[in-house]
Design a binder for this molecule. Sequence first.
Ligand SMILES: *Cc1c(COP(=O)(O)O)cnc(C)c1O
Length: 229
Amino acid sequence: MSIIEKNILHIRERINDAAYRSDRNPDDIKLMAVTKTVECGRIIEAVESGIDIIGENYIQEARRKIEKLGKEVKWHMIGHLQSNKAKYAVRLFDMVHSVDRIELAQEIDRRAKSAGTVMKILIEVNLSGEVAKSGIVKENLFQFVQTIASFKNLSLLGLMTMPPWSDDPENSRPFFSELRRLRDAVACRCIEGVSMNELSMGMSDDYQIAVEEGSTIVRIGRAIFGERS
Ligand SMILES: *Cc1c(COP(=O)(O)O)cnc(C)c1O
């Protein structure tokens, strides 16, 4: 068994344990392999070990890999996206996790319309207030959701966040529970075209806590592939 396969099995076990601890169905949690800087051969190993969602941060890098590996698996955009790259995002990806500006949402909507598709998106929320981080501030969330709901070629499925870096994963917990609370608050309003089932949260160091707090998509790089060079 390869290291990558072993890592993935280990992570799935930890996810299952965290799900049972918190009275959740493990089937409700999707494991995304984050593959920035990871070469195609190792991505294929991950896919052969059962990975069916791949997360990429950069358009160019993703394009090169998608041309090679094809669309048997789902490709998700998780990195900062410039509005002028929206057309590539629509062409390449099944979902964008990092929608954080109206102009970006508008541009994805416009490009999805001309491509004749509906793009699945998540709203990235910045809960830590760190200025270097992308994401909208939570005070703007409801307004933002209302605006996005009016875009016919976007399907808003939930929220995404990235807590500040910390050497203690427990420090991520309040950010994860806050994201879930916001998700529930939006879901409560029953806005047409908005489903809010997905919570994209949890990375290599804190995914078990994210699952305990309701994550439906964990985004994992280093715990699968090792440290990035
Ligand atoms: C790199 C990255 C991840 C994965 O981080 P790891 O610590 O390698 O698990 C998850 N989400 C985003 C947005 C990333 O950029």
